[in-house]
Design a protein around this ligand. Structure first.
Ligand code: HEM
Ligand code: HEM
Length: 295
């Protein structure tokens, strides 16, 4: 069976799992930490944080339909794994834990055909990542304990409703921007606010209702520069402060947001990866008289 056919099986399997994904996630980490206890230092954070990370990884296996075309996006994702302290040997631990978790969670539904499909897809993706990691310089050692604050950011912000209000304001600003606003004009603002909120609530340690792809994939065809990220951040800060958040909360929010920047910023349009055949990179033009927002 071709890789594409195997990948379709895996994608459908993930989609059929529904709420069982949470069980899969906890079983995965239980096996992973038993197989290699040192990985608790790499996958740190509370349950919801871990579930979000797991969901991001799982979403990769859903998105690699045309492996050949998105290998560039996978390579840059692998480069980011250097900073996450992933090492080549961890991929075997990961693979074992994933298969055991699938067996535990899906029981007799995890047929030999399904197992083979998962193995094939995992191996192909892992091979691309491992190849990059083999040639990448090692990241600096982690300085002991996690830097996460002891209280959950989502609680300190005041819950999902506050995040929604801030995002409504944020997207109002973004849509008005004469430059980066053009990225959003044909999208329903309400849906973006909802998606962004679900994603960030999970990233802040709250419940994960986000069902979309990881930001790296959503934005892979968009030519987003660092300048655009900086402009976006000015609006985000403005929206957070306008809803009465303290400077401290604002800093913590922006730190989480920034952790995704490197996965979507590009230095040149050639780094864009197309989602479907024949698609052109999504670029926007800076108007000659453009005035960036004041920080
Ligand atoms: C084929 C296997 C893997 C896939 C497809 C995968 C995919 C992903 C994706 C898509 C993310 C979201 C962040 C981003 O896009 O940069 C992520 C995060 C992460 N990955 Fe992987 N990964 C894999 C294997 C591993 C391994 C072996 C490790 C280390 C043991 C690892 C450690 C992490 C950590 C710690 C994060 C969270 C980063 C953070 O949010 O702080 N991954 N992974
Ligand atoms: C200048 C920077 C950025 C631009 C221009 C941009 C642009 C966009 C656009 C156009 C979409 C809609 C995609 C579609 O409907 O096909 C989108 C979706 C999304 N973006 Fe960004 N983005 C930026 C930065 C970020 C960052 C830093 C994050 C994460 C912290 C993020 C998270 C998301 C998420 C989660 C969605 C999906 C929302 C949903 O499910 O509807 N974006 N982005």
């Amino acid at each position: 069976m071709s890789f594409t056919a195997q990948q379709t099986i895996v994608k459908q399997h993930i989609e059929s799992m529904g709420q069982n994904i949470d069980n899969l996630s906890s079983s995965f980490y239980t096996h992973l930490f038993r197989i290699n206890p040192s990985l608790t230092h790499i996958f740190n954070g509370g349950i919801s944080m871990l579930t979000r990370k797991f969901n991001n990884m799982l979403a990769t296996f859903k998105s690699v339909h045309d492996l050949h075309k998105i290998s560039a996006a996978l390579e840059s994702m692998a480069e980011r794994h250097v900073a996450y302290h992933a090492e080549v040997s961890h991929f075997d631990d990961f693979n074992q834990a994933l298969l055991l978790a699938l067996e535990d969670t899906c029981k007799e539904d995890f047929t030999p055909e399904l197992k083979l499909a998962w193995q094939t897809v995992f191996e192909e993706v892992a091979n691309i990542m491992v190849e990059v990691l083999r040639h990448a310089p090692k990241a600096e050692k982690k300085s002991g304990a996690t830097t996460e604050s002891s209280s959950l950011l989502i609680d300190d912000i005041g819950g999902t409703e506050v995040v929604t209000r801030i995002h409504q304001r944020f997207y109002d600003y973004l849509y008005e921007d004469a430059y980066i606003g053009s990225f959003f004009h044909h999208r329903a603002k309400r849906l973006l606010v909802r998606g962004q909120t679900e994603f960030m609530v999970a990233a802040f340690g709250g419940e994960n209702h986000y069902k979309g792809e990881p930001p790296a994939f959503i934005h892979m065809h968009m030519f987003i520069t660092q300048e655009m990220s900086d402009i976006r951040e000015i609006y985000l800060r403005r929206a957070i402060l306008a809803e009465g958040m303290s400077d401290g909360i604002c800093q913590r929010w922006l730190e989480v947001d920034r952790s995704f920047h490197s996965s979507l910023e590009k230095k040149s349009v050639d780094e864009c990866v197309m989602r479907v055949w024949g698609q052109a990179p999504f670029t926007v033009k800076k108007p000659a008289a453009y005035q960036p927002p004041k920080s």
